[in-house]
Design a protein around this ligand. Structure first.
Ligand code: GLA
Length: 376
C-alpha cells in the first residue's frame, strides 16, 4: 500500500479490513444476555500492518492529523492515549493482557465508516487490528475470541462499557446476510437477507447528531438493567420471558419498569424478525422495526428529535418500517423501503430536515457485506 510506504518507508506485510454495522433489530439487548441481528456495512476500516522488532507501536490514521502516534507495546497505559489511537492500542493491550505475544507494529489505518454515527466505527478499528495481529503473530484465535478481545479493549482501555454486538458483527457477519447472535453464549447463525431479491432496500440516515457512549448515559442504562435483574433474582433480563413481564414489572421501582419492558419486548422482536426472514417475508419486518423504534423512544428513551423525525418521515413517505439503530442519543436511523420508493423516501427525509433547520443528514443504502478479512 503506497500510503503505508510513504508514512513508514517500507511495504506492509498485509492489509486487512473490518466493517461497521447497522443493527436490524435487538437494541440494548446485548448487555442483557439477549439477541441481536446486525448486518455488516460495505464501509470498513482498512489497516496495512507490518511487525517491528523494537517493541514500538506506531499508529497512523488517514483521517487523523498527519502525525504518527508512537507508543511502547509493552507499556500501554489507557490514561496516556487519546483519540482514535485508543482503539488499536487497546487491542494490542488486551491481547497482551491475555498473554498473547504481540509486539511492535507499524499500522496505517484508513476508514470510511462514519464516526459518532452509531455505525460502529470504533469496533471496525478494533477488529481490523485484532484480525491483523491474529495472523501476523500466529495467535490462532477464532473470530469470536477476537471479538471478545476487541470488546475488552473498548471496556477496559477506552472505558466504554459496551456489549459484544458491534465487535461480533464486525468479525462474524457474512455477505448477503444478517447475524443472528445469542450474546449469552455467542451462538450464531447467518440469516439470509436477500433485499434485492425481494425488491427492497435498507436506507441508512446518519442524522449527524454525534452520539458519545462514553458520557455516562449508556453506563447508567446498563446499570439500571442489571439492578432490575438483581431485584427480580434473575441472572440477566434475558431470563424474563414475555409471559412473566407484567408480573415482574409490579415488583420493580417505577423508574426501572420501562427499561425492563423494552429489553423483554425487544428480544421478542428479534426472534420475530428472524422467523419472518426465515419464512422469506422480508416486507413483514417493517412493522417490527417501527415497533422497536417506539420502544426505544418511549420506554428506553434513547431517541432524539432528529432520529424521531427521520423515522416518522420515512414511514410517512412510504417506508415499510424504520427505527434508530445503535446506542442512540443521536446517530443513525435505518428504513426498510421498496426499491421503487427509495428516492422518494430519501428526498422526504432531506426535505424534513431542511425544514426543521437540522444539519443535512447523510443518506445511503446499506448492502449486507462481509465481516473482517484479509485483503492482501
Ligand atoms: C452500542 C454498543 C453495543 C450495543 C448498542 C445498543 O452500539 O456498543 O454493545 O449495546 O449500543 O444496542
Amino acid at each position: 500500500m503506497t500510503d503505508f510506504q510513504s508514512v513508514f518507508g517500507a511495504a506492509p506485510e498485509g492489509v486487512w479490513a473490518a466493517p461497521g454495522r447497522v443493527n436490524l433489530i435487538g437494541e440494548h439487548t446485548d448487555y442483557n444476555d439477549g439477541f441481536v441481528l446486525p448486518v455488516a456495512l460495505p464501509h470498513s476500516a482498512v489497516a496495512a500492518v507490518r511487525r517491528r522488532d523494537d517493541g514500538l507501536l506506531r499508529l497512523y490514521s488517514a483521517q487523523g492529523d498527519g502525525l504518527v502516534t508512537e507508543l511502547k507495546a509493552a507499556e500501554l497505559d489507557p490514561a496516556a492515549v487519546t483519540g482514535w489511537a485508543r482503539y488499536p492500542a487497546g487491542v494490542v493491550w488486551a491481547l497482551r493482557e491475555a498473554g498473547h505475544p504481540v509486539g511492535g507494529l507499524d499500522v496505517h489505518i484508513d476508514s470510511d465508516v462514519p464516526t459518532g454515527a452509531g455505525l460502529s466505527s470504533s469496533a471496525a478499528l478494533e477488529c481490523v487490528l485484532a484480525a491483523a495481529c491474529n495472523e501476523l503473530y500466529g495467535l490462532g484465535l477464532t473470530p469470536a475470541e477476537l471479538a471478545l478481545t476487541a470488546q475488552r479493549a473498548e471496556n477496559d482501555f477506552v472505558g466504554v462499557p459496551c456489549g459484544v454486538m458491534d465487535q461480533m458483527a464486525s468479525m462474524c457477519c457474512a455477505e448477503g446476510g444478517a447475524l443472528f447472535l445469542d450474546t449469552r453464549d455467542l451462538a450464531q447463525r447467518q440469516v439470509p437477507l436477500d433485499l434485492a431479491g425481494a425488491g427492497l432496500r435498507l436506507l441508512v440516515v446518519d442524522t449527524r447528531v454525534k452520539h458519545d457512549l462514553g458520557d455516562g448515559a449508556y453506563a447508567g442504562l446498563r446499570a439500571g438493567c442489571e439492578r432490575a435483574a438483581a431485584l427480580l433474582d434473575l441472572p440477566a433480563l434475558r431470563d424474563l420471558p414475555p409471559a412473566a413481564l407484567d408480573g415482574a414489572l409490579v415488583q420493580l421501582p417505577a423508574e426501572l419498569r420501562p427499561l425492563v419492558r423494552h429489553v423483554v419486548t425487544e428480544n421478542a422482536r428479534v426472534e420475530q424478525a428472524v422467523a419472518l426472514l426465515d419464512a422469506g417475508d422480508l416486507a413483514g419486518l417493517g412493522p417490527v422495526l417501527t415497533a422497536g423504534h417506539a420502544s426505544l423512544r418511549d420506554d428506553y428513551r434513547v431517541s432524539c428529535p432528529e432520529t424521531d423525525l427521520a423515522v416518522a418521515t420515512a414511514v410517512a413517505a412510504g417506508a415499510l418500517g424504520a427505527r434508530m439503530t445503535g446506542g442512540g442519543f443521536g446517530g443513525s436511523v435505518l428504513a426498510l423501503v421498496a426499491a421503487a420508493r427509495l428516492e422518494q423516501v430519501a428526498a422526504a427525509v432531506l426535505d424534513a430536515f431542511a425544514e426543521a433547520g437540522h444539519t443535512t443528514p447523510r443518506v445511503f443504502p446499506a448492502v449486507p457485506s462481509a465481516g473482517a478479512r484479509r485483503l492482501s
